[in-house]
Design a protein around this ligand. Structure first.
Ligand code: DUC
Ligand code: ZN
Ligand code: ZN
Length: 461
């Protein structure tokens, strides 16, 4: 017995198809008309879009501050699938003086039988040495075909020489390295100066991470990548300054893959301004890079439309406002760095992108599903509705309207970046590998059945 999804509009980056889908077990087995067989269960998707499950390639679940975890893999992936995301790729983090294998073991323990979505890992490299280089080969065998390096943070950042060597190794292996582009040494200096001058409020998180320092790191990265002659992936692009720097590299003929996040499209630096009685509220928006000006919002939207920005991910890294963000009440440098959003991405991009005519519905599928799957070696199992693909399917009814409210969210965190925002759409059904997980916005399969995805090498678009 199979499942037939009928009457819906199947969306891909190429257009819309009005056909039926037949699912048997975990896979899509047929797409066409009159394909149902006796005893098939029929799902009527009239009035809805039928889309491949979204993929969020940038999450940090299980992030700890003062011994507390807001979103674990369990709650975080439950929130993800409630919001239309059926696969996530989280960052496993090598800490200095330890190995990539140790990080992988740690992440495997966190995720075991504990995720509602399918999942994979990128491996963060923070200790570059001969052993790390060798371990990259082992990671590829384990299905980890992407890595990450940082230009910022004392504990994580690597120098130009390490980036050059790692890119050479990555090129040899056919893998991809993503980069957090902010000049950490100068940011550290600006933060010290701010505190010495008594500038302790959350707004100084933004003031001490100016867009010029994002541009500088991008310029350095693209210069190194040019020498190695290899593509690079830039995570969470936030500013028009950074965008222009990427354009310059592309004009030279370089391949740069670019990700942004809803917060850099929809929010701006005014959120750091003290509001009413609570001058600390800006702490909710302490994330890196920080929020930028409204012009940057528009440049990034336009970049998506033009195909210059390839992926919209979330950088979900949740800390509660109470107790956790409050660690920095007297000193912004102690505010845990990160913000939630895994649950909200799909409807926000639909509401403020598609409904506002900034992008098409096809582009939404491209940047939320198809490109992430292609870039990170999940395609065509994921990212597309096609015969033979995993039946990760979102049936999205665009007509419902709701207001974002942290009290009603699935994310296990006490605030929402988009509190009070209107959003459109309702998830009528969400399937993960043929299993019905969400019906009418409610989780109907309470067992986490997410599976680790051994990834292939990605296709550079
Ligand atoms: N960068 C990330 O990608 N995530 C959380 C914090 C950061 O700086
Ligand atoms: Zn980052
Ligand atoms: Zn991140």
């Amino acid at each position: 017995m199979g499942i037939i999804i009928t009457n819906g509009k199947i969306v891909s980056s190429k257009g819309i198809l009005e056909k039926d889908i037949r699912i048997v077990g975990e896979k899509i087995v047929e797409i066409g008309l009159d394909i149902s067989k006796a005893e098939d269960e029929i799902i009527d998707a009239k009035g809805s879009y039928v889309m491949p499950g979204a993929i969020d390639v940038h999450t940090h679940f299980d992030a700890d501050a003062c011994g507390i975890v807001a979103d674990s893999f369990y709650t975080g992936t439950k929130a993800a699938i409630s919001g239309g995301t059926t696969t996530i790729i989280d960052f496993a983090e090598q800490v200095k003086d330890s190995t990539l294998r140790e990080a992988l073991n740690q992440w495997n323990e966190k995720t075991k039988d504990n995720t509602y979505t399918d999942y994979g890992y990128h491996m963060t490299i923070s200790d570059w040495n001969k052993e790390t280089e060798k371990e990259m080969e082992y990671m590829v065998k384990e299905g980890i075909t992407s890595f990450k390096m940082f230009f910022a943070y004392k504990d994580l950042q690597v120098d130009d020489r390490a980036i050059y060597e790692a890119l050479k190794k990555s090129k040899e292996l056919g893998t991809l390295i993503s980069f957090h582009c902010e000049n950490g040494n100068l940011i550290d200096k600006l933060r010290e100066e701010a505190i010495l001058n008594g500038n302790t409020e959350p707004i100084f998180h933004m003031e001490t991470r100016p867009p010029s320092l994002e541009r500088e790191a991008i310029s350095r990265l693209t210069s190194i990548a040019e020498i190695v002659d290899t593509p690079v992936y830039i995570v969470h692009l936030s500013s028009k300054e950074g965008y222009k720097e990427i354009e310059r590299a592309k004009e030279r003929g370089q391949k740069i893959i670019v990700e942004t996040c809803p917060q850099y499209l929809l929010l701006n630096k005014d959120y750091y301004l003290p509001k009413g009685k609570d001058s600390f509220e800006g702490a909710k928006y302490v994330m890196s890079p920080p929020l930028r000006d409204m012009e940057s919002n528009e440049v990034l939207w336009n970049g998506i439309k033009l195909g210059e920005i390839d992926v919209v991910a979330t950088d979900h890294c949740a800390f509660n406002y109470k107790v956790q963000k409050e660690l920095g009440i007297d000193d912004f440098t102690k505010i845990p760095n990160g913000a939630p959003g895994v649950e909200n991405r799909f409807k926000l991009i639909y509401t403020y992108g598609v409904r506002k005519n900034k992008i098409t519905i096809e582009k939404l599928v491209e940047v939320l599903s198809e490109n992430p799957a292609k870039i990170f070696g999940l395609y065509p199992n994921k990212g597309v509705i096609k015969e033979g693909s995993d039946a990760d399917i979102v049936i999205f009814n665009p007509e419902y309207k709701s207001i974002i409210n942290a009290e009603e969210q699935v994310q296990n965190v006490d605030y929402n970046l988009y509190e009070g925002f209107t959003q459109y759409g309702r998830f009528e059904y969400i399937f993960l590998r043929g299993q019905l997980i969400v019906e009418k916005e409610k989780i109907v399969n309470s067992t986490p059945t997410g599976k680790y995805q051994k990834r292939d090498k990605g296709n550079i678009l």
